[in-house]
Design a protein around this ligand. Structure first.
Ligand code: FE2
Ligand code: FE2
Length: 296
């Protein structure tokens, strides 16, 4: 055991030091911020590397129309769809929520030049990373031959909810923002396993999808610690209570998830998250709060 629970306690001074430490990490991790393009130099290079070295399915999707018919809204009975189609529509739907959430927050949050605190600077880079994730998800779908995917806004009232969210006062926003990141990491680990099962006869694409997903997961592991660092003693107890209702409610909106994943296990994994099961190659490129690390 090298690490403590993500819900481990931290005092104000530790949290301040960790913000400073994360700021150093995040600049190095993403490289230069291109604010106009909502992009980061190193992430852009990684994505380009994948695009320059494409792989494709040996056996193309049998029925891409079943993806296109169901990816924005499920039209068919989901139980009638094959695992591959369900997995791809689930990936799109998860990423779409992420994309909608960050669009609203990007408009509302101060630009890098206007950011007055280390927390605000961190948040700007964090959002740019999330835009990079949407591009990586898009590349996952393209790798499976789906090059006509459009990023479609949610229904008007749901878009409004996401627009309002970043305007909440910090004491209301911090716990759900942290739990959202934790849910992302949990989902991505489960997705990593599922990709292996669904693509067992397509080793090249399997490996590529996992490599694209790893790029995202490494950032998300850092985000989990970073968002946890915004939270004080009471907030962290509240956060723990939010895990189960939050995951349950969010995944209700994506009917594929219950068919592909064990949601109860995801909740249990979220509650138990402590970095110890994260592969070393990911830890090396990610960030963990000092108070979640056991002294060696
Ligand atoms: Fe993300
Ligand atoms: Fe994130």
């Amino acid at each position: 055991m090298k690490y403590r629970s993500i819900f481990a306690s931290a005092n104000d001074q530790q949290r301040q030091e960790n913000f400073e430490n994360y700021w150093v990490f995040t600049q190095e991790h993403g490289g230069e911020l291109f604010e106009e393009e909502k992009d980061l130099a190193k992430k852009r290079d990684r994505l380009q590397h994948f695009k320059d070295n494409p792989v494709a399915l040996k056996t193309p999707l049998k029925d891409p129309e079943s993806f296109y018919r169901n990816y924005v809204e499920m039209q068919d009975d989901p139980a009638s769809l094959d695992q591959m189609t369900l997995m791809l529509t689930a990936i799109y739907k998860f990423a779409r929520h992420e994309w909608v959430g960050i669009k609203g927050a990007w408009e509302y949050s101060p630009t890098m030049a206007g950011a007055k605190t280390v927390e605000a600077r961190i948040s700007r880079i964090h959002l740019a990373e999330e835009f990079c994730h949407v591009r990586l998800f898009d590349e996952m779908l393209k790798t499976c031959g789906l090059d006509k995917v459009e990023w479609v806004p949610l229904s008007p009232w749901k878009e409004k909810v996401y627009e309002m969210f970043p305007k909440l006062p910090a004491f209301l926003l911090n716990a759900p923002a942290f739990v959202t990141e934790l849910m992302g990491v949990t989902f991505y680990f489960h997705l990593h396993d599922l990709i292996g099962k669904v693509l067992k006869d397509e080793p090249e694409v399997c490996e590529r999808l996992r490599a694209l997903l790893d790029e995202i997961t490494i950032d998300e592991i850092a985000h989990v610690g970073q968002r946890r660092n915004f939270i004080g003693a009471t907030g962290i107890k509240v956060s723990k209570k939010l895990v189960s209702p939050f995951y349950t409610h969010f995944f209700k909106d994506i009917p594929e998830v219950a068919l592909l994943f064990n949601i109860e296990q995801m909740i249990a994994d979220g509650l138990a998250f402590d970095f110890n099961d994260v592969p070393e190659k990911m830890i090396e490129r990610s960030w963990i709060p000092s108070y979640c690390q056991l002294a060696s």
